[in-house]
Design a protein around this ligand. Structure first.
Ligand code: URA
Ligand code: SF4
Length: 265
């Protein structure tokens, strides 16, 4: 029951992210039917959630009917085309100076319906060459963590705050993070995960949306404190590259991962 409601809420957020301001009643009805909810109680509860969502967003989702043929397409198809469009833009992007030094932009990878998303800092040397996030040494550590949590890389969604490798592996500048943020924002909207684990201070800073404070962020002080980006739970933790140098802090990341698992339930 709870999962059905989560599903409907996710779906509404998803359509909102795709730009739909209104949904046809027929569509909502078929959604309820497809969720196999026979009882009137469940149905009215779901309808009230729809209304709460629409009021919250100051939109009237259920009353007026702007019909869009795209509704006949499957959800998977819509998500796929949204992510394809996004990735195409990233591949051609020249919006910040990192486009001059990168070899290849690195788009997110994994399950676009994932409930759990990992956000790193920026592609490293290996990622720049292969155009896949987290494939180097830090990536192996992240893969281990994902597997220890009971998933495969294909089950979750993995991406970076900035999509291009900064020269000499330096930290991305605030200006670069800000320019690139539109891509991350859209990625999060499309995937619409329940929980995000931010790996290190850059990703954490980006989702905190506080400008000009990157230097002040200390991940060791922030981790262990959960916050929200839009309505998504964000669990900040150490970056795997830091853990490669400070193995004793791995258990703290494991604590954060367990918190993520609890929040996914
Ligand atoms: N570090 C990151 O932050 N991202 C990668 O993809 C690889 C290393
Ligand atoms: Fe574009 Fe982001 Fe790459 Fe900069 S880092 S060029 S904004 S994709």
């Amino acid at each position: 029951m709870g999962r059905k409601i989560d599903y409907i809420i996710d779906l509404l957020n998803f359509y909102k992210a795709l730009g739909f301001k209104e949904l046809p009643n027929d569509f909502l009805k078929s959604l309820l039917k497809n969720s196999h909810s026979k009882s009137v109680k469940t149905e009215s509860l779901l309808y009230s959630i729809v209304n709460i969502q629409s009021k919250k967003n100051n939109e009237n989702l259920s009353e007026s009917l702007i019909y869009n043929d795209d509704f006949s397409l499957s959800i998977g198809h819509k998500k796929n085309s949204a992510i394809d469009k996004l990735n195409q833009e990233i591949k051609e992007c020249k919006k910040c100076p990192l486009s001059n030094s990168r070899k290849n932009p690195v788009c997110g990878q994994g399950n676009i319906n994932a409930k759990l998303m990992f956000i790193g800092e920026a592609p490293g040397v290996d990622e720049d060459l292969q155009s896949i996030p987290f494939v180097g040494e830090a990536g192996k550590l992240l893969t281990n963590l994902i597997e220890k949590m009971g998933f495969n890389r294909q089950d979750v969604y993995i991406t970076n705050t900035v999509k291009c490798h900064p020269p000499a592996n330096r930290e991305p500048f605030e200006s670069e993070i800000e320019i690139c943020f539109d891509y991350l924002k859209r990625e999060i909207e499309i995937v619409s995960p329940k929980v995000i684990m931010t790996l290190g201070k850059v990703a954490t800073y980006a989702l905190m949306e506080t400008k000009g404070k990157l230097k002040e962020i200390q991940i060791s002080k922030i981790r262990g404190k959960v916050f929200f980006y839009r309505e998504i739970t964000v669990i900040p933790t150490f970056h795997p590259s830091y853990l490669l140098r400070n193995r004793k802090d791995k258990w703290l990341t494991w604590e954060d991962a367990q918190e993520a698992l609890r929040r996914l339930k």
